[in-house]
Ligand binder design. Structure first.
Ligand code: HEM
Length: 145
């Protein structure tokens, strides 16, 4: 397992970068989608972009990030469970997973032309994954406590 550690970490970081990119981009598409007329060419185009982003990037990269994160947890000696950073990291990752779940729900509403949230709402939502990412990266790299 120890030999696999650098490979697990490489694949974990690659998956995390793709997942973060999608989590930060999808709300931007929602911001632009809110003002468009239902059934319009532009609205249908955004529906396609949002759907493909979720299916081709956001879902697979989530699975890979969790899979290789879990693999890293199972490598003996990688995590000192007497330290606090790993608990803050995993709690922040749970919040990130909840964000993903909400984006699935909002995507489904847009696909049905049934979105009820404002573009301001999605602008605020857009910041949350960024804040969580900062906390997670500082915890796992600096391991401050
Ligand atoms: C369930 C999901 C996750 C689990 C179980 C997990 C677990 C881990 C573990 C055990 C390590 C190795 C730490 C070490 O080598 O000292 C690691 C590394 C890392 N994780 Fe995660 N992680 C998860 C999700 C994430 C997310 C969502 C991000 C970013 C937003 C992230 C960013 C990183 C980074 C940047 C590293 C490399 C740290 C370094 O090189 O020192 N992880 N992760």
């Amino acid at each position: 397992m120890a030999e696999m550690y650098p490979w697990f970490k490489s694949l974990h970081i690659i998956a995390v970068i793709a997942w973060m990119a999608a989590l930060l981009y999808l709300p931007r598409l929602f911001v632009n989608h809110v003002g468009l007329a239902k059934g319009s060419e532009a609205s249908e185009m955004l529906k396609g972009m949002e759907r493909r982003l979720m299916r081709a990037i956001m879902r697979p990269s989530l699975v890979m990030a969790v899979l290789f994160g879990g693999a890293l947890l199972s490598v003996p000696g990688v995590v000192d469970w007497s330290m606090g950073w790993i608990y803050v990291k995993l709690a922040s990752v749970l919040a990130m997973l909840a964000m993903h779940g909400l984006m699935e729900k909002w995507l489904a509403a847009f696909q049905r032309d049934a979105n009820t949230n404002s573009s301001r709402f999605y602008r605020v939502v857009n910041e949350l994954p960024a804040v969580l990412m900062i906390i997670i990266v500082v915890m796992v790299v600096a391991k401050p406590f």
